[in-house]
Design a binder for this molecule. Sequence first.
Ligand code: GLN
Length: 472
Amino acid sequence: MSATQLAQTYFEAIEKKDGEIGAYLTLTKKLALEQAKFVDEKIARGEEIGLLEGIPGAIKDMICVEGVRATAGSKILDNYIAPYDATVIKKLKENGAVILGKANQDEFAMGSSTETSAYQITRNPVDPSRVPGGSSGGSAAAVAADEAVWSLGTDTGGSIRQPASFCGVVGLKPTYGRVSRYGAIAMASSLDQIGPFTKTVEDAAIVLSVIAGQDLKDATSAQSGDKKFEDYLTGDIAGKVIGVPKEYVENLEGEILEIFEKSVEKFKALGARIETISLPHTQYALAIYYIIMTSEVSSNLAKFDGIKFGMRADDLNDSGATESGTAKNLLETYLDTRKIGFGDEVKRRIMLGTYALSAGYYDAYYLKAQKVRALIRKDFQQAYEKVDFIYCPTCPEVAFKFGEKTSDPLQMYLSDIFTISVNLAGLPAISFPIGFCEIEEKKLPVGGQLIGEWFDEEGILNAAHTFEISEK
Ligand code: GLN
């Protein structure tokens, strides 16, 4: 099959399925077919091609592709066309990957169900009455529904791993600094990372090898060196020590606990040693995350004011918004644009963050949260003196139904209880399928999460790969 035929096959699948699933916001057919043609010509000339060359994927709408609309799931960027490629996109293009389109997400990546997207809902391909998780729900659903071979998401508090778990695919959040954030619309800059969704762990390694590396355009990207992560998949984890944090599993119950325990036995059978460990500051992680993340959100989203990017209040009226554009001066333009352009969850977080950073409260909230963040990081540092990896379920639950949590933001936030500490500490972590819960005659996937030491992506990839191949 040629790269062009492959791309066309995927566009046919999208045409057939995406009316129901709603994974994509924008298709980039012209770009995809140009890229595919380029690869086919290379093959015809007898040139060698890379592992990702000609392979079609989807990009979360948070990431900029030159000349293509990038909404971040928000009305405020409804008419925003990215003027340049994110570094990850540049690398994907240089490596011949084919980009099919932009995937739906929660607005500015805030959410755990993709229900805060200003555009559409995305259905979980495993059970269309349920959410795909979030915020990278479109990216996860595209892979799960075979509407893309791979996709990119962003993970600030779990937004790659939780939807991977809900949709039964693999999702990798790299170490903070492993992948350049240049050209990814910022949510919370000290937590955000770009990473892949795929059907197998090996595929995740292949995508990571292409997108990773230091970038002078992102001062927080690390000198981690170029690596072919797929070369580290030996399928052998004998002698490795896996720590199970007691704080994560003590409240687990029912089928998720059973599936998790079975997976621990499996790791033992593969030759790993299991140890119970403690991460004592876990109980503060959610609270700390919702102070630090919202503070950074309030600062990062200040630039969307109707002047520099995207929509202005009057444009919104042109596109059918109900409020009339009556701004008489610059301040009113800012206020109207933000009032109409942002959804409720985004506004809630801007307000929380602005409050946490305000004079008089800064020390009590933001500064204190940063101190506790250091303690959470230290918990992990101490744990890695004794263990190679940390293992727990990705989420305490399986995919839930639409509307189940939208009225109670705190319930929605709790979906990320096992994933946020990893972002606060900047560690790499992978979610991979470990079993299914049977609910209402549907087999709903459960994900396991392996957390590695800083820059040990190859370690967690190999452990997850070893688990995966032993299942087959
Ligand atoms: N669900 C979490 C939140 O709403 C995580 C979001 C993310 O990782 N982008 O903040």
